[in-house]
Design a binder for this molecule. Structure first.
Ligand code: AKG
Ligand code: MN
Length: 195
């Protein structure tokens, strides 16, 4: 499948595969992930204030790949058969083999993810992030770090794959805003390489 390359105008690489997974596969994976992943709502500390994250999360990966994310340290659950199948598929179009995944479940249109960069040092110099989406379509936004008026956005649809690489995690922030619309669940998996 030919991706849409060059989503970012400068200082980063983002490639989009609108249908890396068929609708049938995506339906099966969505149901499996919704019911078999050990979803939790975790607290998060931002500027000294602790609040609950506006979404459910889970951390899966190779044994011993402990990861700290916005002040929380996560111990991975072992890969499920479904996660391994998804990982194998995205690795056919990715430049790396992933060893970890952060899963996010947005319960409805009020759940969200704030602006951030995935540039923790354990993700390496230029982190490669492989992002798979199932369920409700949500708008994913990019914003240039040193000129926040420069933005790009795209619709992450059921069965799509977004590959972020190069210097993207330094030069660009990304986030998933709340959105008006029907109450529908979206599941996202961001595969990562943790050193
Ligand atoms: O849900 C998304 O598409 C974004 C997830 C994300 O940015 C992350 O897990 O770091
Ligand atoms: Mn992210």
């Amino acid at each position: 499948m030919e991706p849409i390359r060059g989503l970012l105008p400068k200082d980063g690489e983002a490639d989009f595969f609108p249908q890396l997974f068929t609708v049938e596969e995506s339906d099966v994976y969505f149901n499996d992930l919704q019911h078999k992943i050990s979803w939790k709502q975790e607290p998060i500390t931002i500027y000294g204030r602790t609040v609950m994250q506006p979404r459910l999360t889970a951390w899966y990966g190779d044994r011993d790949k402990v990861y700290s994310y916005s002040g929380i340290t996560m111990q991975p659950h072992p890969w499920t058969p479904t996660l391994l199948k998804i990982k194998q598929r995205i690795e056919t179009v990715s430049p790396v083999i992933f060893n970890s995944a952060l899963l996010n479940l947005y319960r409805d249109q009020h759940d969200s993810m704030g602006w951030h960069r995935d540039n923790e040092k354990e993700l390496g110099i230029n982190p490669v992030i492989g992002s798979v989406s199932f369920g409700a379509t949500r708008t994913f936004q990019f914003r240039y770090y040193t000129d926040k008026s420069l933005k790009r956005s795209l619709e992450l649809t059921h069965g799509s794959f977004l590959l972020m690489h190069g210097t993207t995690q330094h030069a660009w922030e990304h986030g998933l805003p709340k959105r008006a619309g029907a109450k529908r669940v979206r599941i996202n998996i961001t595969f990562r390489v943790v050193n």
